[in-house]
Design a protein around this ligand. Structure first.
Ligand SMILES: [Zn+2]
Ligand SMILES: [Zn+2]
Length: 213
């Protein structure tokens, strides 16, 4: 067995509970930084395309990815693709291509019979699972090798153009609230916000800028 991987305590505090997936995501993020040969991001460098969806616990991994890489949701550096797969692609400006990292089926199968999941399947939340059970499954993750956990694929042709940041905004001519320009719409000759345009919450938002000047 190799050296036990270390995850800073603040990452567990940030995530809120001890589960196996935040640590898996943390390790995936560190591996991505190593593959790309870059440091943890301070600003808006790395971009992550997470294939995870909703309603499966592996989504916790995304908190680990954020903690390890600094590519946070708030800075707009994670896009969710909703494929329902335990994988993410990591792109960094100025680097050729990107790396896709997948949590191996074999490792997913190795974790599945753990007692942690018997509690989860009974609807017991991770923070209410006995501490020794939680620590045991986290240790399985921390003691595994990168190779046991992940398959890594280099995507040489991957290209990405991040959205250009803009402070341009206007007041909606119906409700009066400020709106950033790419979310403005024209309705009956007025510049309005999405809600005042009659947009339904489940409709996909297409980003076409209304040119303000
Ligand atoms: Zn979790
Ligand atoms: Zn409005």
């Amino acid at each position: 067995m190799g050296k036990k991987f270390q995850i800073p305590e603040w990452a567990f505090e940030f995530h809120g509970h001890e589960c196996p997936f935040m640590p898996i995501g943390y390790r995936m993020g560190i591996l991505a930084l190593q593959k790309l040969e870059v440091e943890r991001c301070k600003d808006h460098e790395l971009h992550v395309f997470s294939e995870m969806g909703i309603g499966h616990p592996q989504g916790c991994m995304q908190d680990g990815i954020m903690a390890a890489t600094g590519a946070t949701f708030g800075k707009g550096m994670i896009d969710k693709l909703f494929y329902g797969k335990v994988a993410a692609t990591f792109w960094y400006p100025g680097k050729k291509g990107a790396y896709r990292i997948f949590l191996r089926n074999e490792f997913q199968d190795k974790l599945a019979p753990h007692e942690f999941f018997s509690y989860r399947k009974k609807g017991i939340e991770p923070s209410l699972i006995p501490v020794e059970v939680r620590r045991d499954i986290v240790d399985i993750v921390l003691n595994a090798s990168d190779d046991e956990l992940f398959s890594v694929t280099f995507l040489p042709d991957f290209e990405y153009q991040p959205a250009k940041g803009s402070f341009a905004k206007a007041k909606c001519e119906a409700c009066g609230e400020y709106v950033f320009e790419r979310y403005l719409r024209v309705k009956n000759g007025k510049i309005v916000c999405l809600t005042c345009s009659g947009h339904q919450p489940d409709e996909k938002v297409f980003y076409y800028p209304v040119i303000l000047s």
